[in-house]
Write a protein that binds this ligand. Structure first.
Ligand SMILES: Nc1ncnc2c1ncn2[C@@H]1O[C@H](COP(=O)(O)OP(=O)(O)O)[C@@H](O)[C@H]1O
Ligand SMILES: O=C(O)[C@H](O)[C@@H](O)[C@H](O)[C@H](O)COP(=O)(O)O
Length: 185
């Protein structure tokens, strides 16, 4: 496959996004962003209190991430982004922005290419039981395991025509990394 500009490692809380994303970026020599680091304080406080985020909380956060991706891709930088991106509309924001890809203008002011980010979605998919077991063991994280059910309720797994692969979280980390790297070659 032609290498995408961005690998989006997505899934519910505890599915392994941060672990897998950081390792993939290191193997590929790509830049790594963990979307958790970009949540405004209000979002972190809300989740910390056990209240799930809603669209209003997530959309500005996703728009900010989209701006970061666009900037990096425009400068030729390849990126791995670990981000829940639970709904298709959220992934669309990362790819095309909130109002669909605005047209980029060239120096003459004429419209040229839409500013779409070429992105491969890696969906880390698993059962509630396996993932909640991992969350209960994870220490020092602001996200309470009690929010996992709402994450599953919100999740819209990627489907055609999205550019995606689904990888089971039942695999060990090395197998997950190998599967993604094989897809890229
Ligand atoms: N494939 C896996 N097999 C076993 N443990 C895993 C796997 N992926 C992640 N973990 C563990 O599960 C926990 C949640 O992973 P993490 O990367 O924090 O998930 P997320 O970023 O999606 O919330 C961590 O303790 C991590 O070490
Ligand atoms: O969209 C959301 O509701 C959040 O982004 C959420 O999905 C994310 O999982 C938290 O930020 C916790 O972080 P972890 O995914 O690392 O548990």
């Amino acid at each position: 496959m032609t290498a995408p500009g961005v690998l989006l490692v997505m899934g519910v809380s505890g599915s392994g996004k941060s672990t897998v994303g950081a390792l993939l970026a290191s193997k590929l020599g790509w830049k790594f962003y963990d979307a958790d680091d970009y949540h405004p304080e209000e979002n972190r406080v809300k989740m910390g209190r056990g209240i799930p985020l809603n669209d209003q909380d997530r959309i500005p956060w996703l728009c900010n991430l989209r701006d970061i991706l666009l900037r990096d891709v425009a400068s030729g930088q390849h990126v791995v982004l670990a981000c829940s991106a639970l709904k298709k509309a959220y992934r669309d924001i990362l790819i095309r922005g909130k109002d669909g890809a605005p047209l980029k203008c060239d120096e003459t002011g004429k419209d040229s290419q839409p500013a779409e980010v070429k992105l491969l979605v890696v969906h880390l998919s698993g059962s509630f039981e396996v993932i909640s077991g991992r969350l209960l063991k994870r220490k020092g994280h602001f996200m309470p395991p009690e929010l996992l059910q709402s994450q599953f309720d919100t999740l819209e797994p990627p489907s055609a025509p999205e550019n995606f692969i689904q990888v089971s979280v039942d695999k060990n980390i090395s197998e997950i990394i190998a599967t993604v790297l094989e897809t890229l070659t």
